[in-house]
Write a protein that binds this ligand. Structure first.
Ligand SMILES: NC(=O)c1ccc[n+]([C@@H]2O[C@H](COP(=O)([O-])OP(=O)(O)OC[C@H]3O[C@@H](n4cnc5c(N)ncnc54)[C@H](OP(=O)(O)O)[C@@H]3O)[C@@H](O)[C@H]2O)c1
Length: 251
């Protein structure tokens, strides 16, 4: 059994793994008061990870929507208030359009953080990396010499997505991390002449705000593992995607 098979086997057995990859998007109608408002409040404050709550009401600017507005201001990344009268098909169509454009915005913002951000960080810090490699003097590559470590995820794997995606959605996250993988592989080729190592690491499923409370590892275990892997890396590993135990993740 290959390591990849082990992962697939693990994923199919371990339903709790859904915690990391399930993309929770909720749409609530009549969200400005009563049960609808409390649903928005409790879902926003207790469900992790949570991508978006679309809180729909007939009059978002009216006096009956003030509590919802205040809640949305407290959680601007999560709650989006949308005008929708369920007795009016046109207003339902308008609301659906807003939800669609919000998905596009989410994709853009995730790419900004996970792809464009790392690209600019590498570009801007390149002189420092080159200087560090030069000062080190010895041939080869290592983290002690000069290295870029981009944190990717098992969810970036295109091969595994064929099976995982049905269960674990999170489209912007997956696509942006797959793009980060490509960015890092290309950077590893560009940085080769400067002997700067460039590797992608998957930290495991970790109990953080992102990983949620049911994740397998605490941050100490994950970081301990990643540091051990980093310590052992050489020019052989540049351009690789490894997990926190040093196993190669299939592209
Ligand atoms: N947790 C897991 O199970 C898991 C699994 C696979 C991969 N990962 C990867 O591991 C990395 C860390 O995840 P985590 O679990 O530690 O997540 P987390 O608890 O949600 O922390 C995210 C961190 O990223 C920072 N951040 C977000 N956007 C940023 C930006 N635009 N510029 C600078 N910093 C920004 C946050 O800072 P603020 O506090 O300022 O927002 C925070 O420090 C991520 O790349 C994630 O994809 C995590």
């Amino acid at each position: 059994m290959t390591w990849c098979d082990l992962w697939k086997d693990k994923l199919s057995r371990d339903c709790s793994y859904q915690g990391l990859y399930s993309c929770t998007v909720v749409l609530i109608t009549g969200a400005n008061r009563g049960i609808g408002l409390e649903l928005v409040r409790q879902i926003t404050e207790t469900q992790k990870p949570l991508s978006k709550v679309f809180a729909c009401c007939r009059d978002p600017d009216g006096p009956k929507a003030q509590a919802l507005k205040a809640l949305a201001e407290k959680h601007p990344d999560v709650i989006m208030v949308i005008r929708m009268d369920v007795a009016d098909p046109k207003s339902i169509q308008q609301a659906a359009l807003q939800v669609g454009s919000s998905t596009t915005e989410q994709m853009t913002s995730t790419f900004n953080t996970n792809v464009i951000g790392p690209m600019v960080v590498i570009q801007e810090f390149l002189p420092h990396l080159r200087a560090a490699a030069k000062v080190h003097g010895k041939p080869g590559m290592s983290c002690r010499k000069a290295a870029v470590i981009n944190v990717s995820t098992l969810g970036s794997s295109i091969e595994l997505a064929k099976e995982q995606y049905v269960q674990f959605k999170l489209l912007p996250y997956r696509t942006s991390k797959a793009a980060l993988n490509m960015l890092s592989v290309c950077a590893s080729v560009d940085l080769q002449k400067d002997e700067v190592l460039c590797v992608l690491l998957h930290p495991g499923w970790v109990r953080t705000d992102m990983g949620g409370p049911n994740a397998e590892l605490d941050v100490q275990e994950s970081v301990q593992g990643m540091l051990k892997v980093m310590e052992s890396m050489s020019e052989k590993h540049t351009g690789a995607l490894l997990d926190y135990c040093g196993h190669t993740i299939p592209w």
